[in-house]
Design a protein around this ligand. Structure first.
Ligand code: SIN
Length: 328
């Protein structure tokens, strides 16, 4: 009897997993940015490749612009099986792992080349599994770019930021970064940033050229400081349960399609860092402030003490590996 019950349970499990669905396996990919961004383009490329390579077997639907879920809800939605793929920024995983806070440390990576070198190390591979115990599996990392500061008044030295309200992602490191310059950090969803800036409920925010351009923040911020003070990237993530239930051959093809889509998304990121900055400059809607090396050094000096505060949470070995990646 017991054998019969176990056999029945296995049968029911097989029937409810993705492999047992009638028709193609359906993947909903939810994200918060516009289509014309590195993440938006990567998601579209992934859909295109999967539909070429796994026609009739897997169907991908992409939901951009937080149409389905904001980043603060999407990780729960993955665990509930309401979506199958997402790529929140690395700053939004704090509830699931402390290690990814590495990427929020101000002035850690000198440029995207350094991030690429770090991503090629074993340390970064381990980071993909850092949320696994919580039921989430990292499948790959994608760039957006280096972050800039935007505000309603010019920011050239840290003292200019004192007393101002800045929207941040849900990261305690980012909160500490703005507290270090005596500003007031406000954790808010990405989908609310434009309105918060427009209504002057907040004074500024930090983001990449691509996000500032595609979400039109430059139309409601008079000044953007080219600070490159931090990195904004993503972890493409799925639920461990969904992924492990996939047939091996399908999972393998999806992994390849994702790797190709990420390579493409990273190219888009590099191009957009240049072209979206230029488009903002050409619009004449916002003044771009280029910092002198003395001014930049003041920001570094003010914000760098944040590293020490989070060293135990993140791990000194990871911070050292990131610093090593700055040496070309
Ligand atoms: C994103 O690029 O996915 C959003 C970043 C943000 O919340 O500022």
């Amino acid at each position: 009897m017991r054998i019969l019950i176990s056999a029945l349970s296995v049968f029911v499990l097989l029937l409810t997993g993705p492999a047992a669905q009638a028709g193609p396996i359906k993947i909903k990919f939810s994200h918060v940015v516009a289509v014309n961004t590195p993440k938006g383009q990567m998601a579209e490329k992934f859909k295109e490749l999967v539909e070429q390579r796994l026609a009739g077997k897997v169907e991908v639907n992409v939901f951009p612009n937080a149409q389905l879920f904001g980043d603060n809800k999407v990780l729960e939605a993955l665990l509930l099986g309401d979506v199958q793929l997402a790529a929140p920024s690395l700053s939004k995983f704090q509830k699931y792992t402390k290690s990814l806070q590495l990427f929020d440390l101000p002035f850690l990576f000198q440029n995207i080349g350094a991030v690429d070198r770090f991503m090629a190390t074993d340390g970064s591979k381990k980071l993909l599994r850092s949320t696994e115990k919580k039921g989430l599996l990292g499948l790959g990392f994608l760039h957006n770019g280096m972050k800039q500061l935007s505000a309603s008044s010019p920011l050239t030295v840290p003292a200019d930021a004192a007393g101002m309200k800045f929207r941040i992602m849900t990261s305690d490191v980012l909160a500490a970064q703005f507290q270090a310059v005596k500003a007031s950090p406000q954790k808010k969803p990405f989908s609310e940033v434009f309105t918060l800036l427009q209504t002057k409920a907040i004074d500024g925010q930090e983001n990449t050229w691509s996000n500032i351009f595609s979400k039109k923040f430059f139309e409601v911020q008079d000044h953007i400081t080219h600070s490159d003070h931090g990195y904004l990237g993503y972890m493409v993530v799925t639920s461990t349960e969904f992924w492990n239930d996939l047939p091996d051959n399908i999972r393998g093809e999806l992994e390849k399609a994702l790797a190709d889509a990420i390579t493409y998304g990273n190219q888009v990121a590099n191009e957009k860092a240049v072209s979206d900055k230029k488009a903002i400059m050409d619009s004449g809607r916002s003044t771009i402030i280029e910092l002198s090396s003395e001014q930049r050094a003041q920001w570094v000096e003010a914000m760098k003490p944040v590293w020490k505060k989070f060293e135990d949470d993140i791990g000194k070995d990871l911070i050292d590996a990131a610093l090593k990646a700055n040496q070309n």
